[in-house]
Design a binder for this molecule. Sequence first.
Ligand code: SF4
Length: 152
Amino acid sequence: MILSAQHAISSLDENERRVYEVILRATKTDGGIFQVKLKELNELKSLEPQQIAKIVSRLVKKGLVKRKLVNNNGKSMYFLQALILEQPKVEVSPSLSINIPIEMSSVMSIPCFRCKELYNCGEASSHSPLRCPLLTSFLINLTKTNSTRKRS
Ligand code: SF4
């Protein structure tokens, strides 16, 4: 799997690689990115929106990107996530490492991915994770679910 993915990456042309790297970076920092946001990024401004859409489709076909239709305040939008090739590794000692698998469906249940304020949200903004009732409610439910699982 890793070998074929690496082969797919090495076969990308320059534009495909630029789009893939943007999606990969967004996946690592924010869990992914809405496809509609790609055309707004400076590094992809030289590409036409249709060209970006075709590239994304090719990346999906090559198995490098996962594209999911999500509801964002009544609008259906594609949310993109690069398939992370390296499992996150925590170096404990030079001879021991720990692989942490990531369940993408649990990432997608985070309310921020369906929130219209996602790109305006921040500590200094009127919308903030520190004061967000949606996020607080989600975390409380998650904690309750995890506590119930541990007891059973
Ligand atoms: S923290 Fe709240 S307001 Fe901010 S993006 Fe997430 S759901 Fe939206």
